[in-house]
Design a protein around this ligand. Structure first.
Ligand code: FDA
Length: 288
């Protein structure tokens, strides 16, 4: 149970007996980019499955591994609010990046599950389970401000958070710092701009291959924290806040270094504050 009074749904459907969700929509979010990121909407039908913002869906790709066992499930963060994009409570949306990379032998490797998902079309069935995760959730009090750092598909839970909070009359300020490599990888940009319109809200973009930081290097999310320093400090000074990070694991060091710099200007010690924030669930990380 959370302080919001709603039960956190967990593992309603197990990987051993997955639900076959139907694909309703598969839309490319990155036209003109070498990256292929898709917004995929799945119907939950009569399954009774429901997901909260910040939780993940388990997806089980078809086929068997070398040992003849079912392929392991992969996690994808929920990109929709609890009611789903259509507000029926019977759909869930995902934001999936097609993984393609060159291995050490110079061969092109296509990630199993992300390629499977991004190749699905409306009407296809996909085996899913979950919900998974109970830590990366909205604060119980909707008036509490939130600071969000996203890289790439790490934007998914924040789209969900902002959509969920947009239906409330009163909500706390929201600061979103979103990092990508190039501007045609800016997922959901217009929607995010529309969702971040309340006084105190901020949206800052860090486009690493197109923008330069103050030292002339690539612009990363940590550099943008520096630019928004006063806004973030004002928000933290209220005492009640939650700071979130989602996306590539590599982002954490830069965000921590930026907080350390920002707080030291105020005579505060980030290395002492961070463990307190972690304990109080004010510092939440979901990186992969
Ligand atoms: P597959 O598992 O087949 O291959 C990926 C593996 O290949 C990696 O584990 C790595 O070992 C290797 N690899 C990948 N890139 C490489 C490179 N450049 N060089 C060398 N080796 C490389 N994804 C997403 O798109 N959207 C989301 O919202 C989320 N959310 C999410 C939440 C949480 C909690 C976790 C733990 C993970 C995610 N992911 C995600 C990632 C997702 O679960 C999954 O790992 C990726 O889609 C890749 O899975 P595949 O099956 O496609 O690749």
């Amino acid at each position: 149970m959370t302080a919001t009074g709603i039960e956190i749904p967990l593992n309603l459907v197990k990987p051993s007996a997955p639900y076959e969700a139907t694909v309703i929509e598969n839309r490319c979010l990155t036209p003109g980019s070498s990256e292929d990121v898709r917004h995929i909407v799945l119907s939950l039908g009569e399954s009774g499955l429901r997901y909260l913002e910040g939780q993940s869906v388990g997806v089980i790709p078809p086929g068997l591994d070398e040992a003849g066992k079912p392929l392991r499930l992969r996690l994808y963060s929920v990109a929709s609010a609890r009611g789903g994009d259509d507000d029926t409570g019977t759909t869930v949306s995902l934001c999936v990046k097609r993984t393609i990379y060159e291995n050490e032998r110079g061969e092109i490797v296509r990630g199993v599950c992300s390629n499977y998902l991004n190749d699905r079309v409306a009407g296809d069935r996909v085996k899913i389970c979950g919900p998974i995760g109970k830590h990366f959730l909205l604060p119980p009090d909707p008036e509490q401000p939130i600071v969000m750092f996203a890289t790439g598909t790490g934007i998914a839970p924040f789209r969900a958070f902002l959509r969920q909070r947009s239906i409330l009359k009163h909500r706390g300020a929201a600061i979103l710092i979103f990092g990508v490599r190039t501007s045609n990888e800016l997922l959901y940009l217009e929607e995010l701009q529309a969702l971040l319109k309340e006084p105190g809200d901020r949206l800052a973009l860090a486009i690493s291959r197109e923008q330069k930081n103050a030292e002339g290097g690539r612009m990363y999310v940590g550099d943008r924290l520096h630019d928004l320093g006063d806004d973030v400090l004002r928000l933290l000074s209220g005492g009640a806040f939650t700071i979130y990070q989602c996306g590539l694991k590599g982002m954490e060091a830069g965000v921590e270094a930026a907080f350390s710099r920002l707080l030291s200007q105020e005579g505060l010690d980030f290395s002492a504050l961070k463990p307190e924030w972690v304990r109080a669930k004010r510092w939440l990380v979901d990186t992969y």
